[in-house]
Design a protein. Structure first.
Length: 346
């Protein structure tokens, strides 16, 4: 006699709390759901972090119900004394090593943790790893590329979005772009197109930042600072109830004001912000509930058929380590994605 499927977990009841609280920082979480046709319902979350001495990077956690998580250790055999940021993991059927990780790595740590990032590829036979680099740098020639996300457009085209710096004109800072990518995730196809750059004060990372490793026209770091903005951590592939593609992003400063915004592609192909100067947030800090700096989210379909965000936030104090959490994603009456229960109207 065939057993009935287990009941769907009550994910809404677990929203806005750390799913696996620990002292270690769990920034930039990415959730890998079971691939279509999988016999076992097991989920994996990968977070930023590494052992500086060995280079072992990206701690991974596993769960059968999205509520109870087991740490499995590092998933990538990385490079010692180098910062590894923001993994994205996809299951690619047909490959001998079908689990593919895209991530970025710097030339060092400390101040050097901001230098040399390109999107790199690694693969593994199993979702928990070990992942090993396969030799491809998808954004070779780009000075700075972080926060990869892979998704399909409604027309079926596989796309890669990532964050990169804009220093040729104001506003100076990080924005997000997208480009077509091969099905095996070994190379991009074509030139990246801009999805979003900073436009609002809440997206300021530092009003007087110094970046001495970076060349910016007209800036002399011996005397100057710059007003630096951050729009990063793209998450694509969402489609609104009206059928429009929607992109999520994080903006601001990850250790100060940090929040999730959204843009949509109109029927005519133009990009339109759904988050403005002070409204339309998907997620934003909730100091009254001791939730600070939520961001770097990815979305997934839960076993109950609803859509959820996985994100990191600082719980309890503004300087607490980031922990991964989830929240239901819904659409408001204006067709905007909302996950923050504090202000459903945005």
């Amino acid at each position: 006699m065939q057993r009935p499927p287990p009941p769907a977990p009550d994910l809404a009841a677990a929203a806005f709390r750390p799913l696996h609280p620990e002292a270690r920082d769990q920034g930039d979480p990415y959730l890998l759901a079971p691939p279509p046709g999988a016999t076992a319902r097991r989920y994996y979350v990968y977070v930023t972090g590494e052992d500086a001495a060995t280079g072992a990077a990206f701690p991974v956690y596993a769960s059968d119900d999205l509520l109870s998580w087991t740490p499995l250790g590092p998933s990538l055999a990385g490079v010692p004394h180098a910062a590894h940021w923001a993994p994205c993991v996809r299951h690619v059927p047909g490959l001998a090593r079908p689990y593919v990780m895209l991530f970025s790595r710097a030339v060092g740590t400390g101040e050097a943790a901001h230098i040399g990032h390109v999107i790199r590829r690694a693969d593994a036979e199993r979702p928990e790893g070990p992942f090993r680099e396969s030799g491809q740098a998808l954004t070779a020639g780009t000075d700075f590329a972080i926060d990869p996300d892979v998704y399909r457009r409604p027309d079926g085209r596989l796309m890669l979005a990532y964050a990169t710096d804009f220093v040729a004109d104001a506003p100076l800072g990080t924005g997000i772009v997208e480009v077509a990518v091969r099905e095996d995730l070994t190379a991009v196809e074509g030139r990246p197109a801009v999805l979003a750059r900073a436009a609002y004060d809440w997206q300021v990372y530092d009003p007087a930042r110094t970046l001495p490793w970076m060349t910016i026209p007209g800036v002399d770091w011996s005397r100057d600072t710059v007003r630096w903005h951050t729009v990063e951590a793209p998450s694509g592939g969402l489609v609104s109830p009206t059928g429009r593609p929607v992109y999520l992003y994080s903006g601001g400063c990850f250790f100060d004001f940090y929040a999730v915004g959204a843009i949509e592609r109109t029927a005519g192909g133009a990009l339109r912000p759904l988050t403005g100067a002070d409204g339309g947030f998907v997620l934003r800090p909730r100091p009254a509930a001791a939730v600070y700096a939520p961001g770097h989210c990815c979305w997934f379909a839960g076993p109950d058929g609803a859509t959820y965000l996985l994100f990191h936030a600082r719980f309890g104090a503004s300087d607490a380590p980031r922990q991964f959490a989830l929240a239901p994603l819904r659409w408001d009456e204006r067709g905007r994605p909302v996950a923050d229960p504090a202000d459903p109207a945005g």
